[in-house]
Design a protein around this ligand. Structure first.
Ligand SMILES: Nc1ncnc2c1ncn2[C@@H]1O[C@H](COP(=O)(O)OP(=O)(O)OP(=O)(O)O)[C@@H](O)[C@H]1O
Ligand SMILES: [Mg+2]
Length: 237
């Protein structure tokens, strides 16, 4: 089975400093992969190179069998890369419904296909259906995270990229988000690349992990093989 996403020896700079020092990582079909690491090691930077928000200096990015590292951010999104940035990035002055419609527009989805796509999101996140008329900005952090994930799903991605979805969110909602990720995995329609520092959450939802330290992968494998030693040395704050 070939990989959906393949990063090979990625190097990237931010304002003249080398941030990524050769990141190699794969995400297979229907797989949930956790990219873990302490603050400032380059997790978000890695995601920005995948989505095209940051240019790579060296290395390659392949998605669904083709090189994408020279494509625009929009072109990568159209190929099926959905991105929920750190801090969620919903539109605070638009309603929940309007925020979701942005997701549909990105994909050019209308009519009965749009209705079906929205129903899928409401089934995953019932709270969104109850809050359609509320402004995004008045939702709780957890609800905003659910809205951001829902909006990304409306683009019907093959790869859903989530940057620290549990950050600053209350435990009951973290659990709901974990359940949702497992449902999505069970559907078998997409793969998930999850950047996350919350180790127990990764153990609960991921198939495999990569531990990043100072811009390089220092450990990787099935999540069941993530040892306390690796957690202590590379992940624990
Ligand atoms: N816009 C920027 N200008 C300068 N340095 C930056 C910028 N963005 C990130 N960096 C630096 O690049 C490094 C990697 O940042 P990155 O955001 O990828 O870390 P991260 O692993 O996502 O951390 P966190 O868990 O805090 O989100 C850090 O040392 C950071 O200070
Ligand atoms: Mg980050």
């Amino acid at each position: 089975m070939s990989n959906l996403l393949e990063l090979r020896g990625l190097e990237a700079d931010i304002s003249g400093s080398r941030i990524l020092r050769g990141v190699t990582l794969d995400v297979g079909p229907s797989e949930v992969v956790a990219l873990m690491g302490r603050n400032g090691v380059g997790k978000t930077t890695t995601l920005k190179t995948i989505t095209g928000l940051l240019e790579v200096r060296a290395g390659s990015i392949a998605f669904a069998g083709r090189r994408i590292d020279q494509l625009s951010t929009d072109a990568r999104a159209r190929l099926g890369i959905g991105y929920v940035p750190q801090g969620r990035d919903i539109f605070p002055h638009l309603t929940v419904e309007e925020n979701l419609h942005v997701g549909l527009v990105v994909r050019g989805c209308r009519g009965s296909a749009a209705t079906a796509a929205l129903e899928r999101v409401y089934a995953l996140f019932p709270v969104l259906k109850e809050m359609l008329g509320r402004k995004g900005g008045v939702l709780s952090g957890g609800q905003q995270q659910q809205l951001a994930i829902g909006r990304a799903l409306l683009g019907d991605p093959q790869l859903l990229i989530l940057d620290e979805p549990t950050e600053g969110i209350q435990p009951s909602i973290i659990e709901q988000i974990g359940d949702t990720l497992r449902v999505l995995k069970g559907e078998g329609r997409l793969s998930i690349l999850l950047v996350e520092q919350y180790v127990d959450f990764c153990r609960a939802v991921a198939d495999r992990y990569y531990a990043l330290d100072r811009g390089a992968v220092v450990s990787s494998g099935p999540i069941a093989d993530l040892t306390d030693e690796v957690v202590r040395t590379h992940l624990q704050v």
